[in-house]
Design a binder for this molecule. Sequence first.
Ligand code: NAP
Length: 264
Amino acid sequence: MNFTVCSRGDDVSNVISKKIIKYLKEFELTYNPEKPDIVISVGGDGTLLEAFHQFTHRLAETSFVGVHTGHLGFYADWQPEEVEKLVIHIAKTPFKIVEYPLLEVIIRHHNNKKSERFLALNECSVKSTEGSLVMDIEIKGELFETFRGDGLCISTPSGSTAYNKALGGAILHPSLPSIQLAEMASINNRVYRTIGSPLVLPQHHTCLLKPNNDADFQVTIDHLTLLQQEVKSIQCRVAEEKVKFARFRPFPFWKRVKESFIAD
Ligand code: NAP
């Protein structure tokens, strides 16, 4: 089996990464950063997001597992002192895989620029680079509302504990193939009106954001920030692809939520 290790790059993560590479090679696994069957990220959830984007072209063949060198993570749920145990589990393949839904984002432009397609593990956020964001929001081809405010966040279920949570969105279990649309400070008065509540859309319910003016936009896909000009529409829906996580022991999602946000 081929493996690779992605480190956050700090001293602690680098030492642990080297240890994992050494141990797995001793178990006769092949270190192959080009075509890994399993990617071990060492750092935090941010490191796993980066590892995910490095291998979006191989999602069908690649599984991910995360070791956290800071506080407990949502994606990185192994502790540094458990590395030997983790290595033995990885070496004893086949292992159990759980799949989480992803968000597909397609950005289309007014000029002849080719449309761009992205996959997000956490979310896509959209803000105007100048003034309020003004966008028509269509759901399944029907105008739902015209949004005016700071921005919009469209998240996956596993990303619902990240930016979405800070915006008052619900936490969704990753077994639900869905996306969530959360508002950032919408303007609501007698002239402008939005629903004001986060919306959870099932698979195949496409959400289309259409700018009402020719503003430039700051679009984020997880940790990546893009400047977008001459945007015709931003289309969001549950992706066909899923991300695979290697699971070696049960760690229920709600337990992770409790340990991260309520108490150890
Ligand atoms: P960052 O600003 O350095 O860190 C964002 C924080 O979010 C880190 O503590 C990270 O955990 C945590 N995180 C990432 N994914 C998570 C998840 N699915 N559930 C719970 N917590 C999660 O940025 P970054 O490390 O490059 O990560 C990018 C993410 O930052 C974006 O995808 C977005 O979700 C999040 N973000 C949050 C806010 C907010 O809460 N107000 C604002 C902007 C962006 P680790 O420390 O383990 O890496």
